[in-house]
Design a protein around this ligand. Structure first.
Ligand SMILES: NC(=O)c1ccc[n+]([C@@H]2O[C@H](COP(=O)([O-])OP(=O)(O)OC[C@H]3O[C@@H](n4cnc5c(N)ncnc54)[C@H](OP(=O)(O)O)[C@@H]3O)[C@@H](O)[C@H]2O)c1
Length: 246
């Protein structure tokens, strides 16, 4: 359990990795606010749990829409004051070779993974600057480091997110705010359903740890990066991929 409950904002916490990160912060006794475009049985379960009445907030919001994103952050600050931890998790992948890729898919990926993340972070970092402390973790991907055929635009947004991490870490470090990325390997979530069985088997064969990742593998690393004591750990991209890219 945390000694003092922190206010934690996690984007895209209704399923997949985001839900695993939400659960991890609920388990550590923190207050958690999350959003997604629609509720899931899991968000409804958390909302109806009396033990979480003062510690869980779910808001239906499409963060690619700036008004909805701003309203989400405002709702959290109105309810709990300042934000201590931000985990930028919401993301989308569209696969297809670039020559045949549509502008629409390209916009969808860039609008959420990059532009929405930047906009929401700007809202939250203002609150952290006033408080002079904070922890930001951006969920990026090994595809931004090594590239992956069919995921050029997605990989480009994740590489850009790592650049955003480093620049922001330099801007806000003196205010005791740390900013790090986790470059995740392939996880067992809906997003990886876009890869076919052959691709997934090949990934597992090439992974020293011999399996795909689970949300918990990443959630534990998020907890480490946001630990109050880790104020000298900033501007880094932590690769967690079962050794695939080592
Ligand atoms: N799965 C992998 O193998 C893998 C590998 C490396 C990195 N990652 C990264 O990990 C993060 C989470 O991925 P995941 O696998 O958990 O994906 P996922 O299962 O598809 O979950 C994505 C989450 O984001 C939400 N979301 C999507 N679009 C949104 C929007 N416009 N506004 C608000 N919320 C939105 C989704 O809910 P709604 O659809 O209801 O909005 C859902 O809660 C992403 O950043 C992804 O790039 C994943």
């Amino acid at each position: 359990m945390s000694t003092q409950p922190r206010t934690v904002v996690i984007t895209g916490g209704s399923k997949g990795l985001g839900a695993g990160i939400v659960q991890s912060f609920l388990d550590s006794g923190d207050r958690v606010a999350t959003c997604s475009r629609s509720a899931t049985p899991l968000t409804k379960e958390w909302e109806s749990d009396p033990a979480l009445a003062d510690r869980f907030l779910f808001i239906e919001a499409d963060i690619s829409d700036r008004e909805q994103s701003t309203a989400f952050v405002k709702a959290v600050i109105d309810r709990w004051g300042a934000v201590d931890v931000l985990v930028n998790n919401a993301g989308v992948a569209r696969d297809g070779i670039l020559a045949l890729f549509s502008d629409e898919d390209s916009d969808t990926v860039i609008d959420l993974n990059l532009k929405a993340t930047i906009h929401l972070t700007r809202q939250v970092v203002r609150s952290m600057l006033t408080k002079r402390s904070g922890r930001i973790v951006n969920i990026s991907s090994i595809t931004g480091l090594t590239g992956y055929r069919g995921l050029t635009v997605y990989g480009a947004t994740k590489a850009a997110l790592d650049g955003f991490t480093r620049g922001l870490a330099r801007e806000v470090g003196s205010r005791k705010i740390t900013v790090n990325s986790i470059a995740s390997g392939y996880l067992k979530t809906e997003m990886s359903h876009g890869l076919d069985g052959g691709q997934l088997d090949q990934i597992v064969r090439r992974t020293p740890a011999g399996r795909l990742g689970e949300p918990d593998d990443i959630a534990r690393a998020v907890q480490f990066l946001v630990d109050d004591r880790n104020d000298w750990l900033t501007g880094q991209v932590l690769v967690i991929d079962g050794g695939l890219t080592c």
